[in-house]
Every structure is written in structure tokens, then in C-alpha cells.
Design a binder for this molecule. Sequence first.
Ligand code: CA
Length: 229
Amino acid sequence: MSKILIVEDEEAIADLEKDYLELSGFEVEIENRGDTGLEKALNGEYDLFILDLMLPEVDGFEICREIREKRNTPIIMVSAKKDDIDKIRGLGLGADDYMTKPFSPSELVARVKAHMARYDRLIGSSAQQNDVIEIRGIKIDKTARRVWVNGEETNFTTKEFDLLTFLAQNPNRVFTKDELFRDIWDMESIGDIATVTVHIKKIREKIEYDTAKPQYIETIWGVGYRFKV
Ligand code: CA
């Protein structure tokens, strides 16, 4: 279920928005202060934010700015003053939509749905474009050149990444160190097959639970390595 955070100090308005959104199938949380709202926004998992502008402690401008530094979740800003809305637009804080109070709750629901649908398409299409390999606890995004090990993003050097990706996309095939060196390092590279050994060791330290008993990259004695699936 999609989850929405409303940061609004006028409780009657917040409750009304919540009622309408819940009737439309959304899960809704309310914060009445800017500081607690900001904290929740940054630490929780939400699919959309509805931010009032004038709030106790931390205002909607600041909350919007801080959310945008970290994530692209849709933000709808609301204010009682038309002038304020113009001001927010001018600041370019990255809000997706603006509404002047009073507005009809059904109008709010319609806009929430539209922004969520647009955001889902955005996320969906970028995920399709990226070329991703997933093998048990390892996820390699070839397009973004990023790797997650058991859900945690892990940094790899360029060659470590190339070597890991090469093995992972040719699972269960044994490659000799010579083959790997030729495939990953270009002809002008200084080094030899010992370079491959060093890189395999570094990769194992990052992906294996126990490097003495590798679960992913196996050593085939006297031959080379293979990525086990
Ligand atoms: Ca207010």
C-alpha cells in the first residue's frame, strides 16, 4: 500500500486530507510540527509527501529542500497564501505540485494519484533500462556500475567490477587466469596473470561471507575460476 506523510499544523485540515486519502486506499501518517515532520520524512519510507508551508519549528521550504537532497519522492506543497505558492515556485525547491488552501479534498486525491503514477512510471522505466544481474545475495547494476552485497551497496574498483561482472554473466563456466587477463585488461596493460589472482582475492573479501570457503567465485585448481550459480 502506498504511504503518504502529511506535515500540517492545522489538525482539522490534516484529518480531512487523511480521511479522503485513506478512502482512496492510501496509508497516511500526520505530523503537526515541522521538526518532527522533517525527521520522519528523512528516516521513514514514504511514497509521497504533502507539506504545509507555515509550520512550527521548521517550515515547509526547509523540509522540501532537505527531502530533495536525498530522494525524488513526489512532494505536494500546500499554503494558505497564493503569494507563497509563487514564491516556492520561484525558489525551485523541487516540489512537484502546489495547492492553495482551501482546496477540495477530491482535487488533492486526484493530484496525489497522478504524481504517484508518474513517479512509478519513472522508477519502472529506469529499472527496465538498467541491465541488472542478480545472483543470490549479489546484485550488479551494469548500467550504473553499482554492486549490492546482501542489500548493502559495496564499492569496487573499475577492474574489480569488470572482473566480477564478467564472471557473473558467464556463470558456471571456468575461465583460466590467462583468459580473464586478456578479457578484462587490455593489451597495453602492465601486469600478468598474478594481477587476476590479486583482484579475485579483493573481490572475495567484498562478496564472500568466508573467503576460505567461497560461495560465489570458486577456484578450480590448476585451471582457473568460475562463478558458481
Ligand atoms: Ca500552517
